[in-house]
Design a protein around this ligand. Structure first.
Ligand code: MG
Length: 250
C-alpha cells in the first residue's frame, strides 16, 4: 500500500494512493487505516512529504564501499546522527543551496518509517515497529561536514531532508537497488544487500538510545558514489519497490 499526505481545500490529510485515485484518511495511518469517504484524482492533489516526523535519525557509513571512498573505517556499531524535522521537504520540492556552503552533496538512502512506539526493542521485535519504507536524500554540505566536529550544521539546513514520494508498506528491505542520478546521469548504483547493519539491527539499536514514535524516520545510510550537486541540478533517487524521489537544487 502506498501512503502519503496531501493538502485538500486547506486541510492536511494522510491518504492512500491507489493508481490514479487518492483516498483520504480520517486519522494517521499508523494504528489502522480509516478512510474518510473522499476520493480525489491524483492529478488534482497537492502532495506533502509523506511523514511529519518528531525526528529523523540517520546512519553514517553503513555501506563498506562508501566508507572506503570516504577514507573512513567501518564503524563497530551504527553511527547515528539527527536531522531536524524542519529540514523535511517532499517529492518535487526544491533543495535550497545554503550561502554558508560551497559543496552540497546528494546521498540516496532507504528510509524506515516507524509505525509503533519503539523503546528498547530487540532485533527480532523491530519488524513489528516498522510501518513501511520511503526514500530519503540525505543532503549534506560536505565542506561543512569536514570543518565541523559533528554533523548538525552540515546535515541540518532547511530543505536538506527530501523524503518521499510515499511510504510503501509492503516491502522486504533486504535486497533493493538504490540509484541516484543527477541530470539523468547515474551516480550511485547500490543495493541494500551491502548494508553492514540491517534495517532491523538499526531500529533496535536506535531504540536503545531514544524512544521512536510513529512517523519517525530512520535513514539507513548511503551506498558509494556520493558527489556534488550544483544550482539548477535535478536529482533523482530511485529505490526498487518504492519509486522515485525527485528534487531540484536552487
Ligand atoms: Mg547519509
Amino acid at each position: 500500500m502506498k501512503i502519503s499526505r496531501c493538502r485538500v481545500s486547506g486541510n492536511e490529510y494522510y491518504c492512500v494512493i491507489n493508481g490514479e485515485d487518492v483516498r483520504l484518511l480520517s486519522a494517521p495511518p499508523f494504528e489502522q487505516i480509516v478512510y474518510n469517504g473522499r476520493t480525489i484524482k491524483k492529478n488534482d492533489v497537492a502532495f506533502l512529504p509523506p511523514v511529519s516526523p518528531s525526528k529523523i535519525v540517520a546512519i553514517g557509513l553503513n555501506y563498506r564501499d562508501h566508507a572506503k571512498e570516504f577514507g573512513k573505517p567501518m564503524p563497530e556499531e551504527p553511527l547515528i546522527f539527527i536531522k531536524p524535522p524542519s529540514a523535511v521537504i517532499g517529492d518535487g520540492d526544491d533543495i535550497v543551496y545554503p550561502a554558508m556552503s560551497e559543496r552540497v552533496d546528494y546521498e540516496g538512502e532507504l528510509a524506515v518509517v516507524i509505525g509503533r512506539l519503539a523503546k528498547q526493542v530487540s532485533v527480532e521485535q523491530a519488524k513489528d515497529h516498522i510501518f513501511g519504507f520511503t526514500i530519503m536524500n540525505d543532503v549534506t554540505a560536505r565542506d561543512l561536514q569536514a570543518k565541523d566536529v559533528q554533523y548538525t550544521r552540515a546535515k541540518g539546513f532547511d530543505t536538506f531532508a527530501p523524503v518521499g514520494p510515499w511510504i510503501e508498506t509492503e516491502l522486504a528491505p533486504e535486497n533493493l537497488s538504490v540509484k541516484t542520478s543527477v541530470n539523468g546521469i547515474l551516480k550511485q548504483d547500490g543495493t541494500t544487500a551491502d548494508m553492514k547493519f540491517s534495517v532491523y539491527q538499526i531500529v533496535s539499536f536506535v531504540s536503545q538510545v531514544m524512544t521512536l514514535l510513529p512517523g519517525d524516520v530512520i535513514s539507513t545510510g548511503t551506498p558509494p558514489g556520493i558527489g556534488p550537486m550544483h544550482k539548477g541540478d535535478s536529482v533523482e533517487v530511485a529505490i526498487q519497490g518504492i519509486g522515485i524521489l525527485h528534487n531540484r537544487l536552487v
